[in-house]
Design a protein around this ligand. Sequence first.
Ligand code: HEC
Length: 148
Amino acid sequence: MKRVGIFLLLLAANLSPTRAASPETTQDTRITIAVSNKERNQTLFEMRAFLEGFFSIQAALARHDNPAIASMARYIQTTFQDTANSLTSVHPEGYDQMSGFLIDSFGAVARAAEKNAQPQVVHERLIDVVAGCAGCHQMFRFEVHDKR
Ligand code: HEC
């Protein structure tokens, strides 16, 4: 929960109406991670799966369908817990921590839904997930150094 607080603080500092329209937005000052094309494609594939999983969980939450939430969150957690760290050699430390945090957060959503928790509780766990997405995107970007 402490780490989520940091992510949210980071977001609050970054998102303001004045900033959206400022020349600052045309410069990308995030930490750059050098990757090959192949590594980037692999990560983007995982990212699209995260987005799709997040969407499905939100839709299931809207209809109070805890079994569907549990099965999707577990699927994401177990499928990506190894591959999410597959590029460890090129990642700065903070990146891997955030990726681990995201996978743990999907696990926490699954646990809450498996215990048939109230929608509000599941929703709170889901906020940790999206804080993980937003926090990492605020901090890191990829740059392709190897076209393979
Ligand atoms: C550990 C860091 C990290 C986390 C956590 C993370 N992302 Fe990403 N995401 C990235 C990076 C890096 C890129 C690539 C950006 C680039 O190419 O410069 C990316 C790209 C994406 C893309 C673009 C995919 C494409 O095909 O172009 C989507 C969509 C996305 N992320 C969704 C998510 C969602 C949804 C979550 C949370 C459920 C999430 N990400 C969590 C690091 C992260």
